[in-house]
Design a binder for this molecule. Structure first.
Ligand SMILES: [Zn+2]
Ligand SMILES: [Zn+2]
Length: 392
């Protein structure tokens, strides 16, 4: 049997193709009928040719749906259950999983710590931008959802809501803290929203796309800082009256250097204007001595499109001397979604959290190629592209 899926064709191109339907490969698997699969900013790293991704990958690591087939050894799920899957594929019983670090499972992707659906170097797992998806170790990897409601919010539990939350956890954000969140893309917005939910006293959101800064202001009570209007660190210090307690990097290695961009430039990424260390160095400056930095933004050990040879090997010019002098701590790494998704689900069910405002588009799977192209341009004149949800 075949089904439709979003398949990577090479730099800046995806297409809808017929691929084989997934089957139960192991008694611990389930197969789901996808109801929502989101396009992620990290899919764009592959789409733009900034990773080692080869043509033929089915994209999609942010998946939810309804169980359609159940392996013989699965004990907690049955046909018809509505579930959301963490983007991490994890076994549940390796040392890292036992300790809650499901983003660094050592069993699901031999030779590497961590697996994911539809992502280069993250194991053999197909993506869910398709009609169906196989979920391995399903008892562990499926989070059950109520039968109906909150489709948009629940779909964000696969990645960006927990990842934003993780950014604040890595920085040990506590009620009453002041925090600077660099990046007001989907993850940055979710980090600023998480800071609000946790009771941060003051939240600064740093970006250059006005529609994103407006969302941060409206939904996260953040102070918008536009780095096209001057050094963002100076702006934060001036408004706050000094360094902030905590910082979150929700940008990662494809960061634009504020000194290379001007007001009025378009918002598409231009590698020539990148400085992969600029956000970490800004955080070191913006956060007070002994403050803490959370870095969920993506960094890679190899970047074929890097602006220079050092960065191509993942080596960045970090101001480590200043970090040391200020006695700051930092936490890095991809999100262990299972550490947070159950509690965040319950906050959604109870009405304490509703992250669905970050969703800008919900469209049919067949529109994926166009959506990738438009999302990659980051912004259009009349509409913001923050989060695109696909439904088969
Ligand atoms: Zn994602
Ligand atoms: Zn594991």
């Amino acid at each position: 049997m075949s089904m439709k899926a979003v398949v990577f064709q090479g730099e800046n191109e995806v297409a809808i193709e017929d691929v084989d339907e997934p089957e139960i490969e192991h008694p611990n698997d389930v197969v789901i009928n996808i109801t929502t699969s989101a396009i992620c900013g990290s899919d764009l790293h592959m789409y733009e040719g900034r990773t080692a991704a080869e043509p033929g990958i089915v994209f999609g690591h942010e998946n939810m749906g309804v169980v359609s087939e159940v392996g013989d050894a699965v004990t907690t799920l049955e046909e018809g259950d509505r579930i959301v899957a963490p983007f991490n594929v994890a076994c549940g019983f390796c040392e890292n999983c036992e300790n809650g670090y499901t983003g660094f499972c050592t069993n699901v992707n031999p030779g590497f710590a961590g697996g994911a659906y539809g992502y280069v170097a993250m194991g053999p797992y197909k993506g869910g931008q398709a009609d169906k998806l196989r979920i391995p170790y399903a008892d562990f990897n499926a989070l059950e959802l109520p039968e109906e409601g909150h489709e948009d919010s629940f779909s964000l539990l696969a990645d960006i809501f927990p990842t934003g939350w993780h950014g604040t956890e890595l920085a040990n954000l506590e009620a009453g803290d002041s925090v600077a969140v660099f990046g007001a893309g989907p993850v940055g917005l979710m980090a600023a929203y998480s800071a609000k939910l946790k009771g941060a006293a003051e939240i600064y959101s740093i970006d250059r796309v006005p529609s994103r800064l407006e969302m941060a202001e409206e939904h996260c009570d953040a102070h918008p800082i536009n780095f096209d209007e001057g050094d963002p660190v100076e702006q934060i210090k001036e408004q706050h009256g000094g360094g902030v307690d905590k910082g979150v990097d929700a940008v990662g290695y494809q960061a634009l250097d504020p000194e290379e961009t001007d007001k009025g430039d378009d918002y598409a990424y231009d590698p020539a204007k990148e400085n992969p260390a600029v956000v970490i160095n800004s955080l070191i400056r913006a956060v007070r001595p002994t403050g803490e930095l959370g870095i969920p933004g993506l960094y890679v050990p190899e970047d074929p499109g890097a602006p220079d040879e050092m960065a191509a090997q993942g080596r960045l010019g970090i101001d480590f001397g200043l970090l040391f002098e200020k006695g700051q701590k930092l936490g890095t790494g991809q999100c262990n979604v299972k550490s947070y998704n159950r509690k965040l689900r319950d906050m959604i069910i109870e009405g304490r959290a509703d992250p669905s405002w970050v969703v800008s588009h919900r469209v049919g799977l067949d529109q994926a190629p166009e959506m990738y192209e438009r999302f990659d341009d980051r912004e259009e004149e009349d509409e913001a592209f923050t989060k695109v949800l696909l439904e088969p």
